[in-house]
Design a protein around this ligand. Sequence first.
Ligand code: AMP
Length: 145
Amino acid sequence: MERTLIIIKPDGVRRKLVDKIVQRYERAGLKVITLKKMKATPQLLKKHYSAHVGKEFYKALEKFMSSEVVAFVLEGNNAVKQARAITGATDPSKAERGTVRGDFGIDSAEKADKEKRAIENLVHASGTKEEAEKEIGLWFPGLKK
Ligand code: AMP
C-alpha cells in the first residue's frame, strides 16, 4: 500500500469541481483516508514548492495557491503513479482526454505565461513516493504513518 497527496487548487474549488475530481481517483480504486478544506500559509507553500521558490512564476504561484484548497490523502496500490496518470499533464491544453486536467482544465501554459500568472491546472498530485511522504507530513502533520 502506498499513499499520495492530492490538492484541489483554488480554480477547482471555485468551479465546484471537488466532488467530481475526488470521484475520478476513487473510481480507480484509490481510497481517501483524510480530506480537509483549508487555506495554506505562505510558509507551508514555500516548503511544499521548495523546488520552485525563486523561479520567475513562484510569486504568482504562491498568490494563486493562497485561496481555499481541498487537500486529501489517497491510499492504494501504486497510489503515486496511478494518481499522476489520472491527473494528466501540467499544461491543461496538452493533457490527455480522460484525465482530470484534460477533461476539466480550461487554462494553458501559454496563456498563463503571457498573463504572468500560475497555470491554473485544478490539482496537485505528488510526483514521487518520497515527495508524497514529505508533502503528506506538511499538509497533514497529525496523520499517523
Ligand atoms: P509542479 O511542481 O510541476 O506541479 O509545478 C507546480 C505548479 O506551478 C504547477 O502545477 C502550475 O500550477 C505552476 N507552474 C508550473 N510551471 C509553470 C510555469 N512555467 N508558469 C506558470 N506556472 C507554472
